[in-house]
Ligand binder design. Sequence first.
Ligand SMILES: Cc1ncc(COP(=O)(O)O)c(C=O)c1O
Length: 378
Amino acid sequence: MLPCQRHLFDIPNDVAYLNCAYMSPLMKPALEAGTAALARKAHPWEITPDNFFTRSDEFRTTAAQLLDCSADCIAIVPSASYGIATAARNLPAKKGQSILVLAEQFPSNYYPWQRLAEEAGAALKVVAWPKDEDHDWTTAVLNSLTPDVAIAALPHVHWISGGKLDLVRIGEACRKMGAALALDLTQSLGALPFSVRDVQPDFAAAASYKWLLGPYSVGLLYVAPKWQGGIPLEENWIQRANARDFASLILYTGNYDVGARRFDMGERSNFTLLPVAVRAMKQLLEWEVAQISETVGALNRQLANAAADMGFSAEPLRAPHYLALRRKEAIPKELPEVLAKERVFVSVRGSSIRVTPHVYNRAEDGERLMACLRRIAA
Ligand SMILES: Cc1ncc(COP(=O)(O)O)c(C=O)c1O
């Protein structure tokens, strides 16, 4: 278990921020890295051609450690949706086949597949909310993985309920069935242990501004070696094999840089934001994702117990960092605004109060939420 890391964040004493699944706060060292990085643009003569490549490769190396894969398999993208659109552009589906998604999956991991299904004449197959006692998404997905499934487009954790999928078992089943596996790890990477080596997905995308504790508008995309000869969403100069030779860029080449670099977004060398994302990911690696999961999970367990006394329940098979509280009575949509007046911050998603702490939270943050719920939701 990690001791509370609040000293690394600029969170006022009276703020109980329990909303990392909405947006994480930037830690002070990452903010400092970003401020220094922005200042460099005032002196562009200090930004060398080499810098277009070194920071990007540092991003790849750091992200690869979190994903447990080779740095060459990482592309730099602006958002989860960009990464998922890249996967949808490259994974084949045809008439008579289907693309598997979860009920009420996040839109960025739904619309690209809906479009691909429409264009290919394939069907979108939606796995219904599991009705068994455990709300077991893994079994529900495994039961839906029939031979017609060309692509399973899934998260590690359902963004509304926190329900967790066993991606190792699902990955194995996909390989057996010949289905591709495309993942949106935005609500899990950095807070829930994950390994490319164990799961073997074809693509996996994550935005950095939630559990990677990074800035908005930066994300990562894992591309399995077998897809690294694919078609990027954009064609830009820096993806090409001759990009390091600035004097000869107009010697147009049909060759791309190695690995997943061909899928990088334009201006991927983002001098301001990449150092912020890298600093945050390095901190996550230092804390260790398993320890983050355990620490945040312990806080959520206490909250789940306290909330149970008020008639709230949560997913039995939820990811430890995620606590979605629901009960028979509807949750008022305006609850977050009411709580915000008390300087307590959570989200309402679907019919649940979504509580997502991190290592900057103290036990008293949770106690304040429970005290508010006792008063407001009684
Ligand atoms: C599961 C999930 N995926 C992706 C995103 C963000 O998507 P994008 O990076 O396309 O804005 C969110 C944001 O709430 C999310 O919850």
